[in-house]
Design a binder for this molecule. Structure first.
Ligand SMILES: *Cc1c(COP(=O)(O)O)cnc(C)c1O
Ligand SMILES: [Zn+2]
Length: 415
């Protein structure tokens, strides 16, 4: 399979350098991203070749940064997740064309598998033997899983106060887990030092340009599942802001290589109020993001100094989207709302997104006939503690009469 990724290119000044483990521009210290030969991709790719590809994110391989024609990808079965027409949730919110992209069903139960599958493939091709990350939880799970599959060593760095289930969901793959006393931003600073000193492949530090590209496949799948059309409006959760930026980039690339009609896509982002530096900057009318110290139950989104913040604000403003911050209580209510209307159990990050959707719908900032896609990025079984004490269980002895008494004659009675 030919490969079309050509160089690393600075997102600020456009300077280029060869494809390697690097993430900062030597000219201006701006962040680097992958540059492709789009004309060559357009000449090769088609809806048919994609349909004949694997039932994973690798069906979009020509649009991903693979280093060599003969590269073997590291794939644990990620992608091709369901896009559901959310009729019941849509009815509650007055939206006729609401869709849920349920990315909580990836192999390690979050969308991070997309980014990590791409980054691990590059790391192995670049000759690294140790895969690492600075994580708010889900990324560590995914890195540990992919390292296992690739036969690499894994070292994952997490904030010490992470949810127990997220630690467990890394530990099972037997990585080295380093719990850092501090916030994610402290973890991230340490990771940058370690990446420099130890020469490990940190998927979201020195391999970040490769890593970030994986999230584009969420946009590719969305368009393919909508019959090769971009939606009118997308709503994504924001931590570093990378996912939101890559969704927007994904739709642009599809138009650029001729797979969809060019069309504007409104891009909206949601954060938890207890860690909402991107929303705060958006509301202040600036793209200077002031770091915050996180205090929210949405730990997977708790990045106080978001690397892609200014780029995310640009995507939101230039597309006429919106940025919203929601309270922890709204997050929990939204977890239940999604579950009881659509049968999907999401973690706190998904609660942020659905609460953001609800807020925008109630404020009339979503047209009832817009095709809206909401991205559910992580699984609820990873953050069960936030629901403790929020539901009831009917207790009964194993007889019909005891059951009748326990249920009462109202809510559950069928005759
Ligand atoms: C990492 C993560 C995100 C978004 O992260 P970005 O840093 O903005 O790309 C969203 N949801 C979940 C569940 C995550 O783990
Ligand atoms: Zn530069």
């Amino acid at each position: 399979m030919p490969t079309f990724a050509q160089a690393l290119r600075c997102r600020v000044c456009g300077a280029t350098r060869p494809l390697e483990a690097a993430y900062v521009c030597e000219e201006c210290f701006g962040p680097l991203e992958i540059w492709y030969d789009y004309d060559a991709i357009a000449a090769t790719i088609s809806r048919e070749t994609i349909a004949q590809g694997p039932h994973t994110l690798w069906r979009y391989r020509p649009l991903l940064p693979v280093l060599h024609e003969e590269s073997r990808v590291v794939d644990i079965g990620t992608g091709c997740t369901p896009l559901l027409h959310a009729e019941r949730l849509g009815e509650r919110l007055g939206l006729r064309r609401l869709y849920i992209k349920n990315d909580a069903v990836n192999p390690s139960y979050s969308f991070k598998d997309r980014a990590v599958s791409v980054a691990t493939t590059a790391a192995r091709d670049l000759g690294f033997d140790t895969l690492a990350c600075a994580s708010t939880g889900n990324l560590a799970n995914s890195v540990a899983a992919h390292a296992a599959r690739a036969g690499m060593r894994a070292v994952v760095f997490i904030p010490a106060d992470l949810e127990p289930n997220k630690i467990l969901a890394s530990a099972v793959y037997r990585p080295t887990i380093v719990a850092v006393d501090g916030t994610y931003d402290d973890v991230n600073r340490l990771a940058a030092l370690v990446a420099e000193a130890y020469g490990w492949a940190f998927v979201n530090v020195n391999l970040r340009p490769f890593y970030a590209e994986g999230a584009k496949t969420l946009a590719f799948e969305t368009a393919e599942q909508l019959g090769w059309h971009a939606p009118d409006h997308i709503i994504a959760p924001m931590a570093s802001g990378a996912l939101l930026c890559k969704l927007a980039k994904g739709f642009r690339e599809l138009a650029r290589v001729g797979l969809i009609e060019e069309k504007p896509v409104r891009v909206s982002g949601a954060q938890a109020l207890g860690c909402s530096p991107i929303v705060a900057a958006y509301e202040a009318g600036t793209d200077q993001v002031t770091p915050q110290k996180p205090n929210t139950i949405a730990k997977s989104l708790a990045i106080g100094a978001p690397a892609d913040g200014p780029f995310a604000i640009h995507e939101i403003r230039s597309s006429n989207g919106a940025a919203v911050a929601v309270t922890d209580e709204e997050i929990i209510e939204a977890i239940f709302l999604l579950a009881e209307t659509e049968g999907i159990f999401t973690e706190t990050a998904g609660g942020v997104t659905v609460a953001g959707l609800k807020r925008l719908a109630e404020q009339g900032r979503i047209d009832p006939d817009e095709t809206v896609v909401v991205y559910i990025t992580g699984n609820g079984l990873k953050t069960p503690d936030v629901l403790a004490g929020r539901f009831e269980v009917v207790q009964t002895a194993p007889t019909l009469s005891a059951l009748e008494q326990a249920l009462g004659t109202t809510a559950y009675a069928t005759v």
